[in-house]
Design a protein around this ligand. Structure first.
Ligand SMILES: Cc1cc2nc3c(=O)[nH]c(=O)nc-3n(C[C@H](O)[C@H](O)[C@H](O)COP(=O)(O)OP(=O)(O)OC[C@H]3O[C@@H](n4cnc5c(N)ncnc54)[C@H](O)[C@@H]3O)c2cc1C
Length: 448
């Protein structure tokens, strides 16, 4: 049954609802509000600007070129950068010996930005709240959409009418679940747990200009800096391994052995370890992302459509790109929702598949490869090539993090570059071999 409330109708007559006031839902609400499309956002949690964050789920994100380009479109780039700390490279911590710094770019000018997800969400909520036509409704859990009736189903309230439903309700999307779409949710055997390195004598206890990694083969820990001079550390371990450490003494001893240079910087280690939850890491592949019934059209976006593992720092960046694409498609179709949503999914799917694969691959790079001297030599060679062949040779990391090239084009571009390099190397080797041969023959002839 349709309740009295529900989204207001826009000029086109459609009542538009967004489910989830997370990063994607809020950005899309602002973009739609600015187009003059009235939109109501339904969020299951209370307003996080009032209620605060959950323990052990602080999550700081690396926001890079794609995210910043999207934030710029709603005037939030500079505000977000003020809430962020630049990280110009990785600081890799071996079990013994000094940590080594690996810059992200060839010229040390490239940085990704560490920002609190909660803080970024609050900025987006403030902007959405201030955008005419956007209505935010908190503590409203959506359970699904009836596309035939054109209603949004709410857990604790009457159904509400909606002609267009945009589902930004995260990796475990209830809207997606209610549509019976083809969904593959691939869980990693690893989970994650957050720990904290607080400031030491009022200063950062580690270098704040880096994303810190403790690669340990099949597992790892990372740390990103926060504005209050603390670091949020995240352990990525096989889930069973979290249970193997029972007592505070076992936890302390394990960290002294495997993370010796940081164990002493974590005064609350045992407490954090015991009380902070273990989160899951999932890759969601859903298709299609849209469903049209007689009553309502629905589209998935952000993690609801394509959650990815966090090892390339791209989940939020990618979710923001979805919002920009929906807005662009609405412009191109003159505000025709059905056409715009189908164009949006066609354009985005290959790219989100590509970043999902690259994110999985980057886990192996971060937890294992970065520690090897061969990897470091390869990185140095890559940066040297980037400097010599500016614009013609560009690393995968650079294309993902510091460009807005569609993710789907990146693997082919890297293969092409590698083929050209391999051919050039083979050519150089052949010239060298011929030269050596010619010199050898000449030397032999000169001999008496
Ligand atoms: C450990 C970790 C580290 C990460 N690091 C990075 C990083 O460095 N860089 C990066 O770009 N990304 C990173 N990500 C990914 C990033 O957090 C997500 O991709 C991003 O938050 C997706 O945004 P979203 O709006 O689609 O979903 P979410 O941010 O999950 O928002 C979904 C919203 O919907 C609400 N909701 C859920 N169900 C309902 C319902 N039934 N009814 C109403 N509301 C509902 C939720 O409360 C929430 O507010 C990381 C993720 C994790 C777990």
């Amino acid at each position: 049954m349709a309740g009295d409330g529900g989204p207001a109708a826009g000029e086109g007559g459609e009542r538009v609802a967004i489910v989830g006031a997370g990063l994607a839902g809020c950005l899309l609400a602002v973009l739609l509000g600015r187009r003059g499309v009235p939109v109501t956002v339904y969020e299951r949690r209370p307003d996080p600007r009032v209620s605060g964050a959950e323990r052990g789920r602080s999550i700081n994100l690396a926001v890079s070129a794609r995210g910043l380009a999207a934030l710029e479109q709603v005037g939030l780039r500079e505000r977000s950068l003020k809430q962020a700390l630049p990280m110009h490279g990785r600081m890799v911590h071996p079990v013994s010996g000094a940590p080594n710094f690996q810059p992200y770019g060839s010229d040390r000018g490239r940085a990704i930005n560490s920002i609190s997800r909660a803080e970024l969400n609050r900025s987006l909520l403030d902007t959405a709240d201030a955008t005419p036509g956007v209505t935010l409704r908190f503590s409203q859990r959506v359970t699904g959409v009836d596309t035939a009736a054109g209603t949004l189903l709410l857990e604790d309230a009457d159904d509400e009418p909606a002609d267009v439903v945009l589902a930004g309700d995260g990796a475990y999307s209830a809207v997606r679940g209610s549509l019976g779409l083809d969904v593959d949710a691939d869980f990693l055997e690893h989970g994650y747990k957050e720990l904290t390195v607080p400031p030491k004598d009022g200063e950062f206890a580690l270098d704040p200009d880096a994303l810190h990694i403790w690669p340990r083969g099949t597992s790892m820990m990372i740390a990103l800096p926060n504005l209050d001079r603390s670091f949020t550390c995240t352990l990525f371990w096989p889930k069973d391994d979290f249970d193997a450490l029972g007592t505070p003494e076992e936890v302390a001893a394990y960290f002294e052995r495997h993370y010796p240079d940081v164990a002493g910087l974590m005064p609350d280690l045992a407490d954090d370890y015991e009380h902070n939850p273990v989160g899951s890491l999932v890759t969601v592949r859903a298709w299609p992302w849209t469903r049209r019934g007689d009553g309502a059209a629905v589209a998935l976006l952000g993690d609801a459509a394509h959650a990815i593992v966090p090892f390339f720092g791209q989940g939020a960046n990618c979710a923001f790109e979805d919002c920009i694409e929906i807005d662009r498609c609405l412009t191109e179709t003159g505000g025709d929702w059905a056409g715009a949503l189908s164009l949006y999914q066609e354009r985005r799917k290959a790219s989100t598949d590509a970043i999902a694969e690259m994110a999985l691959d980057n886990f192996i790079e971060m937890r294992d490869r970065v520690a090897s001297p061969v990897y470091r030599a390869k990185q140095a060679a890559t940066h040297a090539l980037e400097r010599c062949l500016a614009g013609r040779y560009v690393s995968r990391y650079e294309l993902v993090s510091f460009s807005t090239m569609p993710y789907a084009e990146i693997p082919a571009r890297i293969r092409r570059q590698n083929r050209i390099l391999a051919a050039a190397a083979a050519g150089a080797a052949a010239v060298l071999a011929l030269t050596v041969r010619a010199l050898t023959v000449r030397t032999r002839r000169r001999r008496p």
